[in-house]
Structure formats: structure tokens, C-alpha cells
Design a protein around this ligand. Structure first.
Ligand code: SF4
Length: 435
């Protein structure tokens, strides 16, 4: 195959004509506190102090594990029942906890006070608390706040809220630059940085940065590529600072990554041959790495419950690059502007559902009898017990899946549950087969 000719053909993108069913019923999702699990690994000198209940502390400990040997970079300040008169004490307690923490941990440069949904916490004004504490601890420590509350859309909204809280802190620049927004594994970030350098696109900065002191600047000449589809508030805040979003499919799979890079290349006026030389061989390698998964998944039917907000780009990848059929694509929130290029690449007739009414969706899922269900942890076990193969959508946020080099790993996340179920079925017929 001639990779040059292959790589320079852009995908035709039409406005989305697919109808969307809106559901507003009971939801089965994790709350935004979950984002701390990957954000604390990304921003290496940040600390996340959840102001919440024992439930919040349990969630964090079970999602992130308890670190026994390492110094943890998240914790929960537990606020018990108190009336409005007790709020002054709560603020004093918060100040005391923060003072203790920062005295013991001089490595912390950025402290997030993370709000939660218990009513006692909602009564507390964490923004004022963060401002008050920042006045005390700057320039050594910056204190910011955001909400990880379960009252919001779903668990990935925690990252959006966290990054949106960082935007007012970004320094100003008038220089032309590309800003890649969304927490990526360091290895993926490095791969993208090398690719942009080969393309001659730059300077390139990343939000969030790995360290609090490396916050990228922003200004009217900043162009933004979103790495994650759930960053609506962050993008809104960046646009208010003058930055402009470059519409593109999300960089999942060989095709998605090519088109994502192409959006930046087009903005920077990169010649077609240079683009083909840098991107073509990588794209070909990525496409080849998907061949085995395509053999296993082509023609199989996948059903998405709304959970990670990654559902639309994943559905596009599974359908176009692995040949899967889309039984239903549910997403907690559909940001049409950011998802337009991905939506335009879905096949006609795709059932799109925004929001959730979990009982009705479970009925539709059972009736559809898909080969694979992508859903939250709470639904996975019951559906497995009913004989359906499931993939936990939260794994898609914890695992490096972006870019060419990760395309095969992304595909493997979907082949593995089917393989496992096949082994289990064989084992049911002949138990020694999986012994
Ligand atoms: S923020 Fe709300 S939903 Fe999340 S763990 Fe705490 S109490 Fe539960």
C-alpha cells in the first residue's frame, strides 16, 4: 500500500443527521471524584483534598487503592452532620487540616479542594476557602477548588471541572501555539510531541502539565486540540481566554489519530508530503496492528451504556476500523460541537441515546442480545451473570489508548472480554478446558 496516497486523503465530514433519543431517568454512573485516580498521577506535585463524607473516602480508597509505602497525593477531609451555625467551625477545621498537610508535605505545590455532594459540603463555600488559603500559602502553594460531586453528569466530568479550575491560572501569551487539552499518559504525550515536531507544528503545550509550575500559557493565538471528548467546560473557559478549538475526531485508532493530527497540520499549513511522510508509516503500522482484532470483532454487535463520555469516538473506532455493528450508543452527555467529526463518521441508522433511564436501557440491551456490552462497573457483573460479555468503560480512561502506538491495546480491550466469555462457555461445556 502506498502510505503517502493513503494518508493524505482526508475523511469527508458532514453535519450529523443522526437522531438522538434523550432519556432522563435513573442513572448508574460513578461520580467525578473518580477522576482523582488518574489526575493525581498526571500532575506530579498536586494534592487532591476531597471535602466529603465517609462514602467519598471509601470510593476513593477502593478506586485508587490504599498506598501503604508511597506518600498518597489524595485524601478526604470528612465533614460530619452540622447545621449552618457549625459552618464557621468547618472552615476552621479545613484550615487546620490544610496547615497540617502542607507543613508535613513541602513537595505539594498545587492543592485542590474537591467538593462532593453531601448536603453539609454543598453548604460550604469551597471557592472562598480556596481563595483564603491561596492568600496564606502563595507563592509556595496554589489552592484551587472544583466539584467532583455525583450530582453532575458522570465520572469524567471530574477531569473537566479540574482542568476548568486551572484555566484562570494560566499565564497569558500572544504567541502562536498548539495546546493539547486532556490528561494523557506521559508516554502518549511524548509520542504526540515527537509527531508534532516532525510535522513542524508548534510550539506544543499540554494541559494538564506534569508539574504545577509548568502551566501552559494561553491567548488569542492558541489553537486547541482536545484529547478527550468530555472537556466542555474547560474548552469554554479557554475560549473565554481567546483560544480557538480545532474540530477533529478524537485520536483513537489509526484513522482517528490521523484526522486529529491533520486538523493541527491544516491549521499550521503543513505540506501534504510532509504530513504523509510523518504520519503515513505510523498509520500503516497501527492499521496492521489491528488486523487480528478486526478478524475477531468484525460483524459482532456492541451496545454502549452511557458512562465515560468516550462512547461516540469509541463507537466510530469499533465500527470503522474493527468492523463492529453498533446496537446502541448511549452517552451521558453529547457535546455536539466537539463530537461533530466523530458523529459524522457513524453509520446511518445508529441509535444514539443521550442521558439514561437504566431500567429501560437494560430492557433494550437484553432484547438486542449484543455480543459485547460497554458499561459501568455497577452493571457489568449482573450482565455477565445473564451471559453477556462486558467491558468496564472506566478501564478506557485508566489505560493509555490514544495515538497510533496504542491502537492495538485499545482494540485488545474489546477482544479480551469476548475471549474470556468464549473460554467460560467452553468451560461450561467441558470444565477441564479452562482449568
Ligand atoms: S461525591 Fe457524592 S456520589 Fe461521590 S462518593 Fe461522595 S457522596 Fe458518593
Amino acid at each position: 500500500m502506498n502510505h503517502r496516497a493513503f494518508a493524505i486523503q482526508p475523511v469527508a465530514v458532514e453535519p450529523c443527521e443522526l437522531p438522538v433519543v434523550h432519556e432522563r431517568g435513573q442513572r448508574e454512573v460513578f461520580c467525578g471524584l473518580t477522576g482523582i485516580v488518574w489526575l493525581h498521577r498526571k500532575i506530579q506535585d498536586a494534592f487532591f483534598l476531597v471535602v466529603g463524607s465517609r462514602t467519598c473516602a471509601h470510593l476513593l480508597q477502593s478506586a485508587a487503592g490504599v498506598m501503604i509505602f508511597a506518600e498518597p497525593r489524595f485524601a478526604t477531609a470528612i465533614i460530619d452532620d452540622r447545621d449552618l451555625a457549625g459552618l464557621a467551625d468547618a472552615n476552621d477545621e479545613l484550615d487546620r487540616v490544610v496547615a497540617q498537610l502542607l507543613a508535613r508535605r513541602p513537595d505539594i505545590k498545587l492543592l485542590f479542594l474537591v467538593g462532593s455532594c453531601p448536603s453539609e459540603v454543598i453548604k460550604l463555600d469551597l471557592q472562598r476557602a480556596a481563595e483564603r488559603l491561596s492568600r496564606t500559602y502563595l507563592p509556595q502553594v496554589r489552592v484551587l477548588n472544583y466539584s467532583g460531586s455525583g450530582i453532575e453528569t458522570t465520572f469524567t466530568q471530574g477531569e473537566d471541572a479540574c482542568l476548568a479550575a486551572l484555566v484562570p491560572e494560566l499565564p497569558v501569551t500572544s504567541g502562536r501555539q498548539l495546546l493539547v487539552v486532556g490528561a494523557l499518559a506521559d508516554i502518549v504525550e511524548d509520542q504526540f510531541a515527537r509527531l508534532f515536531e516532525e510535522l513542524g507544528v508548534g510550539p506544543v503545550r499540554f494541559l494538564p502539565a506534569r508539574r504545577a509550575g509548568q502551566l501552559p500559557p494561553v491567548g488569542a493565538e492558541t489553537r486547541v486540540l482536545l484529547a478527550q471528548p468530555f472537556l466542555a467546560d474547560t474548552m469554554k473557559a479557554l475560549a473565554a481566554r481567546g483560544a480557538r478549538h480545532l474540530p477533529a475526531p478524537f485520536p483513537l485508532g489509526a484513522e482517528g489519530t490521523t484526522e486529529w493530527l491533520r486538523a493541527a497540520a491544516a491549521e499550521w499549513g503543513v505540506p501534504a508530503t510532509r504530513f504523509a511522510n510523518a504520519v503515513g508509516p505510523r498509520r500503516e503500522r497501527a492499521a496492521r496492528s489491528l488486523a487480528g482484532a478486526r478478524q475477531r470483532l468484525a460483524g459482532r454487535r456492541v451496545f454502549f451504556f452511557p458512562d465515560s463520555q468516550l462512547e461516540i469516538p469509541l463507537a466510530r473506532f469499533l465500527h470503522r476500523e474493527l468492523g463492529m455493528k453498533l446496537a446502541e450508543v448511549g452517552t451521558p452527555y453529547l457535546h455536539r460541537a466537539h463530537l461533530a467529526p466523530d458523529l459524522a463518521m457513524l453509520p446511518p441508522g445508529t441509535t444514539l441515546v443521550e442521558g439514561q433511564d437504566v431500567e429501560r436501557q437494560l430492557d433494550r440491551c437484553r432484547a438486542a442480545a449484543p455480543d459485547l456490552v460497554v458499561c459501568g462497573l455497577g452493571l457489568a457483573n449482573p450482565l455477565e451473570a445473564e451471559g453477556l460479555a462486558t467491558k468496564w468503560s472506566i478501564e478506557l480512561v485508566f489505560t493509555p489508548i490514544h495515538g497510533f502506538e496504542q491502537a492495538a491495546d485499545l482494540a485488545a480491550l474489546f477482544t479480551r472480554p469476548l475471549h474470556r466469555r468464549a473460554l467460560l462457555s467452553r468451560g461450561a461445556a467441558a470444565p477441564e478446558a479452562i482449568a
